[in-house]
Design a protein around this ligand. Structure first.
Ligand SMILES: Cc1cc2nc3c(=O)[nH]c(=O)nc-3n(C[C@H](O)[C@H](O)[C@H](O)COP(=O)(O)O)c2cc1C
Length: 333
């Protein structure tokens, strides 16, 4: 009897068993160790890092390596995502990543950003399958870790280069899984993801496929798993400042977090960022985080502005204290 696939079931990729089918997507400039740890604390079964330059690792200074490859003992299983266009450099970077304690490596062959593609990396590799296969092979040999590749269907609608490449990556480079974002590179992050194409890829490959794209609501995440038959789903924009989504999707909580809970979570993030970057850099870095939490808090305008415009972590803490004290929902609780 066939069993319906649900988000709470464990699944396997190479030698790893993950406790559930929710994966934190790679998010450039965001998916550092504490954002990944936060997702794990709230239930994500696997977390993937922001993309890290293979050249940066090979040639990078000590601080680059230390910050990008920092892995917290409690965030395993963790995958570090690398990008680059040179197989030898990728092999060396993958060796460094394995030494840093990653469980898996994901290779970015889907990033549509010009700065990345013009070097021949990211989505540009969809059109250079021989090089893509060589890069995946080098990453595997350099690290000894299971390799996954994050792909798109192709450059433009109708283009299936990514589907063909996925087959070759599995057959010729021994890739252990594919993360598939079924929007073409020309669509960037807009438009309806083609889950039918993802289902086709799932049926064609004997390795696990993780589906990404358009999972902004809880219903969409469940629907993507069911419609594609993928092994797991990746939460990206829908997880920003919203780690509670993992718990909700796993049936561990109902509804939205209370004001005090959101404030405590943001306080946790601020502390981790200060520890990681020092207070000055953290104050700057976190400015992109505040609007996500402000949205969860549904703040009156003045309280919202106080938080999203906080120039320093001290100012953000002060704004948070005011929110807990004066927010209408907190007062009613
Ligand atoms: C801010 C941002 C940063 C991203 N960074 C990466 C990245 O470093 N590597 C990658 O493979 N995809 C990256 N993506 C793509 C996401 O992982 C995901 O595939 C995409 O956002 C689609 O999922 P969504 O529609 O649920 O957001 C990024 C997306 C966003 C919005």
């Amino acid at each position: 009897m066939s069993r319906e696939r649900t988000l709470t079931q464990p699944w396997q990729l190479a030698s790893h068993t993950f406790p559930n089918r929710l994966v934190l997507a790679p998010l450039a400039g965001i998916g550092n160790w504490f954002v990944r740890l936060q997702a794990r604390r709230h239930g994500a079964g696997l977390v993937v890092s922001e993309m890290v330059s293979s050249f940066g690792l090979k040639h990078g200074n000590e601080r680059t390596v230390r910050e990008f490859l920092r892995i917290h003992p409690d965030e395993h299983p963790v995958s570090i995502q690398l990008f680059g266009h040179d197989a030898a450099v990728m092999g060396e970077a993958a060796r460094i990543v394995a030494g840093a304690g990653a469980d898996l490596i994901d290779l970015n062959m889907g990033c549509p950003v010009r700065k990345v593609c013009k070097t021949g990396a990211g989505a540009a590799l969809l059109d250079d399958p021989d090089k893509a296969v060589a890069i995946a092979r080098a990453a595997s040999e350099g690290s000894g870790l299971p390799i996954t590749v994050k792909l798109r269907p192709g450059q433009r609608p109708g283009d299936r280069a990514g589907v063909t490449l996925a087959r070759r990556l599995v057959d010729e480079a021994g890739v252990a899984g594919i993360a598939f974002h079924p929007r073409h590179a020309s669509q960037q992050h807009k438009g309806r993801p083609d889950y039918a194409l993802a289902a086709e890829l799932v049926a064609a490959l004997e390795v696990p496929v993780i589906v990404s794209g358009g999972l902004l609501s809880d219903e969409k995440a469940v629907e993507a798993l069911e419609r594609t038959g993928a092994e797991a789903v990746m939460l990206a924009r829908g997880s920003l400042g919203n780690p509670w989504r993992f718990e909700r999707l796993l049936g561990l909580r109902d509804g939205e977090p209370a004001v005090a809970e959101v404030a405590a979570e943001l306080e946790w993030v601020i502390e981790r960022a200060e520890e990681h970057l020092g207070a000055d850099r953290a104050g700057h870095y976190l400015r992109k985080f505040y609007p996500w939490y402000a949205e969860r808090l549904d703040l009156p305008r003045r309280l919202r502005l106080e938080l999203v415009r906080a120039p320093t972590t001290a100012a953000a803490r002060c704004a948070l204290a005011g929110i807990v004290e004066r927010h209408p929902a907190a007062a009613a609780a």
